[in-house]
Design a binder for this molecule. Structure first.
Ligand SMILES: C[S@@+](CC[C@H](N)C(=O)[O-])C[C@H]1O[C@@H](n2cnc3c(N)ncnc32)[C@H](O)[C@@H]1O
Length: 505
């Protein structure tokens, strides 16, 4: 499968409707160009991962290190570190240096066109004023240097910085997975594709899962213990991550949830495709082995489903307990598939009207979510409404517009997004959301928990998916100083996520 395969059809307008004739030939008078800013032609942009795969060139903008996101012959987009304080005015001219190791790939300057704060750090768009970039030449040069580097460094890199005990755990994981692969592949080979054969393979897979999952959990928890001490040691952390990605990640990526989590085909981690794998909880993968490792990934991601169910209960409580004709107003920031809303709206009848506002920076996520919600919105005959807002929270906050167009909300929640924000930004966002609550309204924040039985190792090390894991105190710190009638932090049933519930007087 590829990352784009299960993308939903994209709506043609802001109402997120879909067209069933997307593949039909259209007459000239029906052809349209871009909309909004997209009417301006831009030179083709290439995602940095597509061009350079794993060895990414380093980039300095204005002498500060950034991460390259994409480039075209006329411009680049870069991300700064999420804790970085970099402020250059739009229109400023800055030096730009692209290099790999000691070798320069491009050196010139550009004009800052856009600076947008995001949970991953500031995203900066630069139009090159010296150029154009010869992308083909840069890629060729990059490939030559990468080859040299792999030969010179990669193959001789010492493993001194990687704890030998950790290496043993990785070997044990490989041993476990290889045994399963051999057994399942052999069994698959002796069976055909008839219904009975498929059932036999499914049975073999179920037996394998039953034996493997407890051992997988033990190894994952052991690895968590071993990586905990290196989290504050950048060199050991980088070496251990490189080791894990070289040795273990390839064993996992035939499981679709691992592939998507690692490759990040939409350019950001934890997209709605990953979330949908969890909520779908199906056997996915081309082979029995792929399905097995996918299942191990679901085991890791189970807390995403359990926290979603907690939110569904919170929504149900709110809607059940309120004045009968007054709508319950609910906003979800970083909504992704908003599965809790989808599930909740499947109720036979609503105790009172409900108005959902769903906000996400990913338009495709909103489109797919809206389509999932729409049949129930229609069925509930005007007692439920859903408004989707395609914006990043930073855009909303920066413009001072955060929800100001809306009535005060009874429930505002953000689950699985604030995990990407440094403490200061998380606190500022929590305060901004609090402002939009109605008296007596509740703010709920879900964040991965800092615990030795948590998701750190599989996510950070196997999938290169970085989050802030928070303690109970760090959860409370987000709302410290806000006037509250109650505040509570509860773990989800797996104990791997914390949910913060803060009520406004
Ligand atoms: C890990 S997913 C969680 C989705 C959903 N809350 C859930 O638990 O299923 C994070 C979501 O946050 C969205 N997101 C990331 N950065 C955002 C931003 N700056 N503003 C709004 N949404 C954002 C992503 O597009 C993604 O849908």
């Amino acid at each position: 499968m590829t990352g784009r395969d299960n993308r939903p059809p994209v709506g043609g307008d802001n109402k997120m409707t879909t067209t069933s004739s997307a593949s039909a030939v259209r007459a000239y008078e029906h052809l349209s160009g871009g909309e909004g800013r997209r009417i301006y032609y831009r030179a083709e942009r290439y995602k940095v991962r597509d061009l350079f795969r794993k060895i990414l060139p380093e980039i300095e903008v204005d002498k500060a290190p950034f991460t390259l996101h994409d480039l075209s012959m006329s411009g680049i987009a870069v991300f700064g570190d999420r804790d970085m304080e970099w402020n250059a005015d739009v229109g400023t001219c800055v030096p730009v240096d692209l290099k790999l190791g000691d070798t320069s790939l491009f050196s010139g300057s550009g004009k800052v066109c856009r600076v947008e704060p995001t949970p991953f750090g500031p995203k900066v768009g630069i139009q090159l004023t010296t150029g154009p970039l010869d992308i083909a030449q840069i890629v060729t040069r990059h490939n030559e240097i990468s080859l040299q580097r792999e030969l010179d460094v990669g193959l001789t890199e010492t493993l001194d910085l990687v704890d030998p005990e950790y290496r043993v755990v990785c070997a044990d994981v490989i041993h476990l997975l290889r045994q399963c692969r051999v057994t399942l592949t052999k069994f698959e080979g002796t069976n055909g594709s008839s219904g009975d054969d498929r059932e036999r393979i499914a049975e073999a897979l179920a037996q394998c899962e039953e034996r493997v999952i407890p051992r997988w959990r033990d190894l994952w928890h052991r690895a968590n213990e071993l990586v905990a001490p290196i989290m504050e040691d950048p060199e050991a952390l980088a070496a251990t991550k490189r080791f894990t990605e070289a040795v273990l990640t390839p064993e996992f990526v035939s499981g679709p949830i691992w592939w998507r989590s690692y490759e990040k085909p939409l350019g950001y981690p934890g997209d709605f495709g990953v979330m949908n794998y969890v909520y779908g909880w199906r056997h996915e993968g081309k082979s029995a082995y792929g399905k097995l490792v996918h299942r191990l990934g679901l085991e890791v991601a189970e807390c995403i489903a359990t926290r979603m169910v907690m939110m569904q209960h919170t929504i149900a409580d709110l809607v059940s307990n309120g004045p009968a004709e007054e709508p319950a107003r609910i906003t979800n920031l970083g909504c992704g598939p908003a599965q809790e809303a989808v599930n909740y709206l499947q109720v036979g009848q609503l105790p009172r009207p409900v108005e959902f506002t769903l906000i996400d920076q990913d338009r495709d996520a909103l489109s797919s979510t809206y389509e999932n919600l729409y049949p129930d919105v229609i069925r509930l005959g005007g007692r439920a409404s859903v408004q989707c807002i395609h914006a990043s929270f930073a855009q909303l906050m920066k413009a001072g517009l955060l929800l100001t167009d809306f009535k005060p909300q009874d429930l505002i929640y953000s689950v699985g997004m604030i995990d990407y924000l440094a403490p200061r930004r998380a606190k500022a966002l929590a305060a901004g959301l609090y402002e939009q609550l109605a008296p007596g309204g509740m703010l709920v924040i879900g964040n991965m928990r800092d615990t030795l039985k948590g998701n750190l190792w599989p996510m950070e090390f196997i999938c290169d998916w970085s989050l802030y894991y928070r303690s109970e105190q760090e959860m409370l710190d987000m709302v410290d100083g806000l006037p509250l009638t109650s505040v509570e932090v509860k773990p989800d049933p797996t104990g791997r996520v914390y949910m913060l519930y803060a009520r406004k007087p």
